[in-house]
Design a protein. Structure first.
Length: 405
């Protein structure tokens, strides 16, 4: 076990270091890296202001959740706001720490039910294409770490501790709330009708601890909550992303009246995933809810796949051989399609059409826009097939907790 764990940590570290080195030293001048670091370019002003003593959500707004800003506030002393290349290097190394911890947690979880598969599945979790290309330049790794820690405590029968880690993850990005909801649905089904009071208090306590100081300070300084509300206002006004099913529709067909209902469809799909199949385990139901939130959503960034990748692999480790094979094939197909959409085809398609806008692909698109669009639609189909596979496999060793520690 220790030998395999050491090899996993070493392989993860080597993979991240190589990718960051390539980005910063070999591929820096390419359009590929220019698109990849686009999100990082939003952070230099943040680093500039916090290094001078200003407080986010109090002295200036930020479009990311408060927990994310706390993470970037912590690493701000390491950053040079005037050097995006240096920021990319340091960011990649800091985010790799979360990946090293995550692969260790994943390996321990997989060992509980599938000792023979734990090592190869952990390698796949750590070194899949999406993780290699995007994890160093996004902060998804830290959210995934807290999601895995929460699940580790859930399967040990510690729902409040599980909720604690999931709530911390929610402060960074919202998706761990799906696992909290799935856990409480399971508790109600199993007759633990008051558990939600304790776990709800934990979730509320973490949420208030993270947000309340900023909200109070914002109100005291400005007489309103506009800076603290900036992440929520940003997402309410967020435009349609072009690397989505609805975005492809507008690229080729022009403005779609149905596009405005994308968020409603997503809400209905997520609600259905939560309430249907009451005997479904937490990992399976949480993953199904994430898939439901993505397939027709107006926003779908490629790194979002990292939210559910570890849980698909953990479910594969618990499944019978034919079901495992199906999940792993879908995982690999989805992973390839995901990196084709972004970053591999995104840049060439953008350059081909000049800019993403309604009718842009129909008017100016060629092979790259067509390939980009096809990859997006195929990715959505792969999500649907994965969701169907999860539903078909329900009831087979539903939880790691069914195995002895």
């Amino acid at each position: 076990m220790r030998k395999h764990l050491a090899l996993l940590v070493a392989a993860t570290a080597l993979g991240r270091v190589v990718v960051v080195f390539l980005y910063v030293n070999v591929l820096w001048a390419t359009n590929l890296v220019a698109h990849l670091v686009a999100d990082l370019r939003t952070w230099p002003p943040f680093f500039f202001w916090v290094q001078r003593g200003y407080v986010p959500y109090v002295n200036f707004p930020k479009e990311y959740p408060v927990g994310a800003s706390l993470l970037y506030w912590a690493i701000a002393p390491l950053m040079n706001p005037d050097d995006i290349r240096q920021i990319t290097l340091v960011h990649g190394l800091v985010m790799s720490i979360a990946d090293l911890l995550s692969v260790a947690v994943f390996y321990v979880l997989a060992l509980r039910v599938a000792p023979r598969l734990a090592f190869p599945l952990s390698l796949l979790f750590s070194l899949n294409l999406t993780a290699l290309l995007l994890s160093p330049i996004r902060f998804e790794g830290w959210v995934v770490l807290f999601a895995l820690l929460g699940y580790a405590y859930h399967v040990r029968g510690a729902p409040c501790r599980a909720t604690l880690f999931w709530a911390i993850g929610c402060a960074l990005k919202w998706f761990p709330v799906f696992f909290i909801a799935a856990q409480e649905i399971q508790a109600l089904r199993e007759g633990r009708k008051t558990q939600w009071i304790r776990t709800g208090a934990v979730f509320l306590g973490v949420t208030l601890a993270v947000n309340l100081p900023f909200a109070v300070a914002d109100y005291r300084l400005h007489g309103n909550l506009n800076y603290w509300l900036s992440p929520y206002l940003f997402h309410m006004r967020r435009p349609l992303y072009w690397d989505t099913v609805l975005g492809v529709g507008e690229l080729w067909l022009g403005p779609l009246a149905i596009e405005r209902y994308g968020s409603l469809w997503t809400l209905l799909l997520v609600g259905t995933a939560l309430l249907a199949f009451p005997r479904m385990g937490v990992a399976r139901k949480g993953t199904l809810m994430i898939l439901a939130s993505l397939v027709l959503n107006r926003v779908y960034s490629a790194q979002f796949n990292l939210w559910f990748y570890p849980f698909v692999l953990l479910l594969a480790s618990q499944s019978e051989e034919h079901q495992r094979r199906r999940l792993l094939v879908l995982f690999c197909v989805l992973d390839v399609l995901n990196v084709l959409v972004y970053p591999l085809l995104f840049g060439p398609a953008f350059e081909e059409v000049g800019s993403f806008a309604p009718y842009a692909a129909a008017r100016f698109g060629g092979v790259w826009a067509s390939a980009f669009s096809a990859a997006i639609l195929l990715r959505a189909l792969a999500l649907i097939c994965l969701a169907a596979a999860l539903v078909a496999g329900r009831g087979v060793r539903e939880e790691l907790s069914s195995a002895q520690p």
